[in-house]
Design a protein around this ligand. Structure first.
Ligand code: ZN
Length: 279
C-alpha cells in the first residue's frame, strides 16, 4: 500500500515509536526492504538520495518504487531523500515520490524558511509530504564529540515548523552521516526539549553506527523516523563475503546482498518499535 510519509509519521508520533527509513538504489534492495517490513507487519519509509550514484535516474526509479510499493501488504512511503534544487524536488514529485526532503540546512534560517515554504506549497497541492532539516547533520568523518556544532535549537525549530508548514523535521542532536570517527554522543535532553516544543514528528539522520540503545531511546523520546544506509550496505557485503559463490553459486549474488540488507533492516525495525504497527 502506497501512502504518504505524513500518514506513517503521525501514527508513529502518537504511538511513541519510530519507523525505519532505509536508503535504496535498486530493485534488489528495494524489494528486500519491503519484504522485511511485510514479515514484521511494519510500516516503512523507503528513501533514495537525489544524488544516488548507483541509480542516477531518479525519475525512472521513482516509477519502479511506486509500482512495487502499491503491491506491498504494509504501508510504504517513498521519499526523495536530501532533495536538491527546486527543479529536482519538483521532478521527485512528478516521479511519484509520496514525500520529498527539502534539505536547506546549510542556508541561513531565513533562506531555509523561504525555500522550503515554497516547495511545501507545491508538494501539498498534490498530497506529497515534506521533510526539512534545521541545524545541520554533518558527516561522520568530521565527527568530534565535543566540537559537534550546528545542533538544532528548540525554540527556533518550533518557529521554523510554524512558518514553513513542513510535515516532519530532521534534527541535529549529535548523529552524523556515514562512518563515525569516534563515539556518537546523542543529546537526549535536547531531543526532549525539541519534542516538547515542535508539533510535527522528528527525524533522525545518520542512524547507522549510532547504537541500538541510543536509537531505541531516541524513538521513545520523539524521533519517529530513522534514516539508515551504511549499516545495511555493510551487512549486505558481509553476507556476500560469507557466501559460497563457487560454480553456479554465482547465481546467488543478488540474493545474498538482499538477505544481508533485509536481516539488518529487520533488526532495526524491531529496535525502533514499529513491528506490528502496520494497518
Ligand atoms: Zn541524511
Amino acid at each position: 500500500m502506497l501512502v504518504t510519509m505524513k500518514e506513517i509519521l503521525d501514527k508513529a508520533k502518537e504511538g511513541h515509536y519510530a519507523v525505519a527509513a532505509p536508503n535504496v538504489d535498486n530493485e534488489h534492495n528495494l524489494r528486500a526492504c519491503i519484504e522485511a517490513a511485510e514479515e514484521l507487519n511494519s510500516p516503512i519509509i523507503i528513501g533514495v538520495p537525489i544524488h544516488s550514484k548507483p541509480n542516477p535516474d531518479i525519475c525512472y526509479f521513482g516509477r519502479i518504487m511506486q509500482d512495487i510499493a502499491i503491491r506491498a501488504s504494509v504501508p510504504v512511503a517513498i521519499n526523495l531523500d536530501h532533495g536538491g534544487s527546486y527543479d529536482e524536488c519538483v521532478m521527485g514529485i512528478r516521479a511519484g515520490f509520496t514525500s520529498i526532503m527539502v534539505d536547506r540546512s546549510k542556508l541561513s534560517f531565513e533562506e531555509n524558511v523561504a525555500e522550503v515554504k515554497e516547495l511545501v506549497k507545491v508538494a501539498h497541492a498534490v498530497n506529497v509530504s515534506v521533510e526539512a532539516e534545521l541545524g545541520h547533520v554533518g558527516g561522520g568523518e568530521t565527527y568530534a564529540v565535543d566540537g559537534y556544532e550546528n545542533l538544532t535549537e528548540p525554540d527556533q525549530a518550533a518557529k521554523y515548523v510554524e512558518e514553513t508548514g513542513v510535515d516532519c523535521l530532521a534534527v541535529a542532536i549529535g548523529t552524523a552521516h556515514g562512518f563515525y570517527k569516534g563515539e556518537p554522543f546523542i543529546r537526549f535532553e535536547l531531543l526532549e526539549e525539541i519534542a516538547k516544543k515542535v508539533s510535527v514528528p522528528l527525524v533522525l539522520h545518520g542512524g547507522s553506527g549510532t547504537g541500538d540503545e541510543n536509537l531505541a531511546k531516541a524513538a521513545k523520546l520523539g524521533i519517529c523516523k530513522v534514516n539508515l544506509s551504511i549499516d545495511l550496505r555493510q551487512a549486505a557485503i558481509d553476507e556476500l563475503n560469507n557466501a559460497d559463490l563457487t560454480g553456479y553459486g554465482l547465481y546467488g549474488f543478488y540474493k545474498y546482498i538482499a538477505k544481508g540488507y533485509k536481516d539488518k533492516l529487520s533488526h532495526y525495525i524491531r529496535i525502533l518499535g514499529s513491528e506490528g504497527k502496520a494497518w
